[in-house]
Design a protein around this ligand. Structure first.
Ligand SMILES: Cc1ncc(COP(=O)(O)O)c(C=O)c1O
Length: 390
C-alpha cells in the first residue's frame, strides 16, 4: 500500500536484525517451541532495586512534566562527577546532553555533523545503527575491517589508508558490539595521532565501558586536544540493566551540545523526568550490582568460550568486554546467515549472523551471554548436536 509515497531515504533505511530475529523466535515460541534467546543485547538482570525505588518515588513526587531539553541539572551534575571518576575526564553540565537511550546520540550526532557526501569511517562488523544513520544522513560509510587476528581491535595501518580529505567523522566502539574487542591505550593514542588537527570528529560509543574483564577501556577524549572533537555516547541500558527505561547521554563540546539540543527540541522535547531521577540514583548510588553483574558475565563468558571451542569447526576468541562472543564458524562451510537460521530451526537457539553487523562479519555469529548459566549450557548442547548434524 502507498507505493511510491514514501521518502526514498526512509524507504532505504535499514533495520537492526536483532529485533527481526527476536520476532522470528517469538513466533516459533507462540507455536509452542522452547527457544533459548541469545540474540538480543540486553542484560538478563533486574534493574537494581534502589534505582527502581528512585523512579517510583520520582513519579509520586510529581516528576511527570517536561524537563529542560538537554536534561535536568541534577542528573547532568551526576554525569559530570561519574565521568570524572570512571572516564578520568573533566567536563561540565553544558557539555552533557541527556537523551532517551544511547541510540539518539548516534542519530543526533550524525545528523548534526555529517553532510551529504561526507565520509564517515565506521568499524565493520559493528552496531548496525551507525551505518544505517550515516546513509540516512547522506554520508558515505567507509568501512574499517575489524579483524579477529588483530584481537578485534582497530588495524592502525588500515585506518591510515581510510582517512581522506572528505573524512568528517570516525566511529569508535570500545568495548565493542558484536566482537567484545577493547582498544588499548596504545591504540587510542595512535588513532588520535592519525586524526588530530584534521577537523575529524569522533563518535566514541562507550556504552559497554563498565563491562570489561581485563584492561579498562580508555576514552579518546582523554587524549589532549581530542576532547573538543569527541562526542562520547554512554547510557544506562547495559550498565544498570535499564534497557526499557530509555535513558542515555552524550558528552561533547558546548557548541555541538547546542545543535543536539536543537534536534531534541524538534523531536522528543526532553527525556522523562522520573526516568532521569532514576538515572541519578544509578550514578550516585551503590555500584555493587554492576560489579556483581560483571563478575557473573565473566564466568558465563569463560564457560561459553570453552564450550564453543570444544565443538568441531567452531573457534571462539576470548572477548575482553561487553556480553557477546563472536565465534568463527568458517570451517563449518556454511554462510553465517544460513547458520543462524539453521540454529533457530534445528536447535531452537536464537543467534545473530555476523553479517547483521556488516559484510566483514561473514564467517562469524554473535551470541549474547546475557542469559542464565543453565540456558547457556543447554544452548551449547543444542549447538553441538546441530553442528554434528550439518
Ligand atoms: C554499541 C551500542 N551502542 C548503543 C546502543 C544503544 O543503546 P540503547 O538501548 O541505550 O539505545 C547499543 C545497544 O544495543 C549498542 O550495542
Amino acid at each position: 500500500m502507498f507505493e511510491g509515497c514514501f521518502v526514498q531515504r526512509v524507504e532505504d533505511l535499514r533495520t537492526e536484525s536483532a529485533f527481526e530475529m527476536l520476532a522470528k523466535a517469538k513466533k516459533l515460541e507462540s507455536a509452542g517451541r522452547e527457544i533459548i534467546h541469545l540474540e538480543i543485547g540486553e542484560p538478563d538482570f533486574k534493574t537494581p532495586a534502589h534505582i527502581v525505588e528512585a523512579g517510583v518515588k520520582a513519579l509520586r513526587d510529581g516528576y511527570t512534566r517536561y524537563t529542560q531539553v538537554t536534561g535536568m541539572p541534577d542528573l547532568k551534575e551526576a554525569v559530570v562527577s561519574y565521568t570524572s571518576t570512571y572516564k578520568n575526564i573533566n567536563t561540565n553540565a553544558d557539555e552533557v546532553v541527556i537523551v532517551p537511550g544511547g541510540k539518539p546520540i548516534i542519530f543526533y550526532t550524525i545528523l548534526a555533523l555529517v553532510n551529504e557526501g561526507d565520509e564517515v569511517i565506521c568499524p565493520n562488523p559493528s552496531f548496525p545503527i551507525y551505518e544505517n544513520v550515516i546513509r540516512y544522513a547522506g554520508g558515505i560509510p567507509v568501512f574499517l575491517e575489524i579483524k579477529e587476528e588483530k584481537d578485534f581491535r582497530v588495524d592502525i595501518e588500515d585506518l591510515k589508508k581510510k582517512i581522506s580529505s572528505k573524512t568528517k567523522l570516525l566511529v569508535l566502539n570500545s568495548p565493542a558490539n558484536p566482537t567484545g574487542g577493547v582498544l588499548t591505550q596504545q591504540d587510542i593514542l595512535q588513532i588520535a595521532g592519525l586524526i588530530k588537527g584534521k577537523g575529524i570528529f569522533v563518535l566514541s560509543d562507550e556504552i559497554y565501558g563498565r563491562i570489561c574483564y581485563g584492561t579498562k577501556p580508555v576514552s579518546i577524549a582523554t587524549v589532549p586536544e581530542m576532547k573538543d572533537y569527541t562526542v562520547i555516547l554512554d547510557g544506562f541500558s547495559k550498565t544498570y540493566s535499564m534497557t526499557g527505561w530509555r535513558l542515555g547521554y552524550g558528552i561533547m563540546n558546548k557548541a555541538i551540545a547546542e545543535k543536539i539540543s536543537s534536534l531534541m527540541v524538534n523531536s522528543v522535547s526532553c527525556t522523562a523526568g522520573f526516568v532521569q531521577m532514576a538515572g541519578k540514583a544509578a550514578l550516585e548510588g551503590s555500584q555493587d550490582d554492576v560489579d556483581r553483574m560483571v563478575e557473573k558475565f565473566e564466568k558465563r563468558r569463560d564457560m561459553l568460550v570453552s564450550g564453543l571451542n570444544s565443538i568441531n569447526g567452531i573457534k571462539c576468541a576470548v572477548p575482553q568486554g561487553a556480553f557477546y562472543v563472536f565465534p568463527n564458524i568458517k570451517e563449518l562451510g556454511i554462510k553465517s546467515d544460513k547458520f543462524a537460521d539453521y540454529l533457530l530451526e534445528k536447535a531452537s537457539v536464537a543467534a545473530l549472523s555476523g553479517t547483521a553487523f556488516g559484510c566483514y562479519g561473514e564467517g562469524y555469529i554473535r551470541l549474547s551471554y546475557a542469559n542464565s548459566m543453565d540456558n547457556l549450557e543447554k544452548a551449547l548442547e543444542r549447538i553441538s548436536k546441530a553442528v554434528q548434524a550439518l
